[in-house]
Design a protein around this ligand. Structure first.
Ligand SMILES: [Mn+2]
Length: 364
């Protein structure tokens, strides 16, 4: 990102939050909004501060990461190495007695109280919604990173699917995926990988355990990777084995997958700028609820999709979900992930990440 792009982002957020300065404080993890403004890749930046003003952005970093920050940022953002009390006072001076925006979605209460007291802020404004709004619409660079993350995720899923063997555990399959994405160039996973064999596929948030793969099992993988701070989130469901006659309930398993696929395709086809987030959800849900004389009614019990970007669940909670009045705009990126879950039997979910364009949704 060049300095103009950084400044544009900062200005947009300051204007939306109606403050003239924002202080982002990392704890032992990085504030996603800190990542959004600095575009720093790698590092931990623990305990770092980012001071955002109209005419300048300054990173207050530690001796541990001063060099890393300098290498990446050059002169695009001011950098102060917090290696002495005098430098800490520089930061305090900028904040003392002023109205300051913070990220209420990230900063823990205790850290907030400590900082507020130490820096003697006059008034504190929660700028989290301003960041959410700014981050909702992605630029070309952001979309290209999400696309690359998706490509690697899909390649790695296909590789794991080919290497599945009877007796392999869910944990082993998850490990295979996580090794493969690193070979393919990902920076890491974007969330804890979900791998479900057989009846575990009925549990949307199942954690991989020592369940062993059996011939004819439904295999659901919900996984994602990170590329230069941006995430993917993809789910694939398959039936393990080619000999239909040997697979118990083959027809029913295949039917469930087909209905979910149909629901996903119809939802994606409906996505375009100007519609409300609830619409694609209702389309997917009605296909599932009405399929096979209502046999699967009520088995799709989560939202169709969430915004995706620096975080896997990026920005505000409501996106493609029942009752969502969010109006879709060009450049928004969302997961589209209908599912059918049948306790004790299994389930299917198919998930892709799409970008909203003038001509409709494009699968990344
Ligand atoms: Mn998802």
């Amino acid at each position: 990102m060049d300095s103009k792009a950084i400044k544009d982002r900062a200005t947009r957020v300051l204007d939306a939050a109606k403050v003239d300065r924002i202080l982002l404080a990392n704890t032992n993890s990085e504030d996603p909004n800190f990542v959004y403004i600095t575009d720093l890749i790698g590092g931990l930046f623990e305990g770092n501060f980012l001071l955002i003003k109209k005419d300048s952005i300054t990173l207050f970093t530690s001796p541990l990461e001063y060099e890393l920050a300098r290498e990446q940022l050059g002169t695009r953002i001011g950098i102060v190495n917090l290696d002495s009390q005098k430098k800490v006072e520089m930061l305090v001076k900028e904040i003392k007695g002023r109205s300051v925006g913070i990220n209420g979605n990230f900063l823990p209460y205790n850290s907030y109280m400590r900082i507020r007291k130490r820096m003697k802020m006059r008034k504190v404004v929660d700028a989290s919604t301003a960041f959410e709004k700014a981050r909702e619409v992605k630029g070309i660079l952001e979309i290209s990173r999400i696309r690359k993350a998706n490509r690697i995720t899909k390649l790695a899923i296909a590789d794991v699917q080919k290497r599945l063997k009877v007796g392999m555990t869910e944990k082993e399959a998850a490990m295979m995926f996580e090794n493969r994405i690193l070979e393919l160039g990902a920076d890491g996973t974007s969330f804890d990988s979900i791998v479900c064999f057989g009846r575990n596929a009925a549990l949307p948030h199942h954690s991989p355990d020592s369940t062993k793969l059996r011939y004819g099992d439904m295999v659901l993988m919900d996984v994602g990777v990170r590329i230069s701070n941006y995430c993917s989130d993809v789910t694939r469901t398959m039936i393990f084995g080619n000999d239909k006659k040997r697979i118990r309930d083959y027809e029913r398993k295949q039917r469930i997958i087909d209905i979910v696929r149909e629901a996903q395709a119809a939802a994606i086809a409906a996505i375009k700028p100007g519609i409300l987030g609830e619409k694609p959800h209702m389309i997917a849900q009605s296909i599932i609820d009405n399929a096979d004389n209502g046999r699967y009614k009520g088995t799709f019990m989560h939202a169709l999709g969430h915004s995706i970007g620096i975080e896997v669940h990026d920005g505000s909670g409501r996106f493609l979900s029942p009752g969502s009045k969010l109006m879709l705009r060009e450049g928004m990126v969302s997961s589209v992930e209908p599912g059918i879950y049948i306790p004790g039997f299994g389930g299917a979910r198919i998930e892709d990440d799409v970008v909203v364009t003038r001509n409709g949704a494009i699968i990344l």
